[in-house]
Design a protein around this ligand. Structure first.
Ligand code: IMP
Length: 221
């Protein structure tokens, strides 16, 4: 069984499509530490959720990254959707020559144990994951980011395995009535996510791609 810590029951149905194991929702609103990248937010969330629950957990974090805006809004996607709104994100991007963007989803798994090295990175609680350091670090190299951005060694920080799914696309003027969030301004192969039906979108979604990678690894584990 996989325990998915989320307040959103819709994510459980989606996860179940990608995993052979039964997926159970644990409705716990874990504290989200601020960070400039989705992987760090997801890793810290998985650690907090694991420490609260005391059993193996997954959490996910996703968002839109716009290349011309240096990856903004990224982990701030939900906040930006509620404050600026998607029309303003389109306005910010529309005069750029390059309007490429991506939806990114990160699934983070923590069970308190160390992990063997695979292509997927392991976050050990430092400000950077293995991938971002470009190294395959040993399990005992654990650290944690403090709130002021300093990196402090923390021998007790459990490692977190990260699985990223990416859907590349382009920012366009809003089109379509379906979906949610930034779907109307995100075009994939000529169609915005808001113009696709749920089945079509789920078949290519970033969350699905991350869950599929996790599912494959978890089946082996
Ligand atoms: P969450 O981490 O899945 O809760 O997503 C955070 C935010 O990213 C959402 O509130 C949306 O603003 C944006 N987002 C994530 N996934 C999607 C998507 O599939 N379509 C549109 N917006 C998304």
């Amino acid at each position: 069984m996989v325990t998915f810590v989320t307040t959103n029951p819709g994510k459980i149905h989606e996860a179940q499509e990608y995993l052979d194991e039964p997926v159970e929702q644990l409705d716990f609103d874990y504290p989200e530490a601020q960070a400039d990248d989705l992987a760090t937010v997801a890793a810290n969330g998985a650690r907090a959720a694991y420490e609260h629950v005391g059993e193996p957990v997954i959490v996910d974090d996703s968002g839109l990254t716009v290349d011309a805006l240096d990856g903004f809004p990224g982990p701030y996607s939900s906040y930006v959707e509620d404050t600026l709104g998607i029309e303003r994100v389109w306005q910010l991007t529309k005069d750029e020559d390059d309007r490429s963007a991506a939806f990114r989803g990160v699934v983070a798994y923590c069970d308190g144990e160390a992990f063997e090295a695979t292509p997927e990175p392991v976050d050990r609680g430092s400000a950077e994951s293995d991938e971002r350091r470009g190294q395959d670090t040993a399990a005992d190299e654990r650290a944690s980011a403090t709130t002021d951005g300093q990196v402090a060694r923390d021998e007790d920080a459990p490692p977190v395995k990260l699985f990223e799914g990416v859907v590349p696309g382009e920012i366009v003027a809003p089109r379509g009535d379906g979906g949610f969030g930034f779907d109307p301004i995100f075009e994939y192969n000529g169609t915005t996510f808001a113009e696709m039906d749920t089945e079509e979108k789920n078949a290519i979604s970033h969350r699905g791609r991350a869950l599929a990678k996790f599912g494959e690894w978890y089946a082996e584990r």
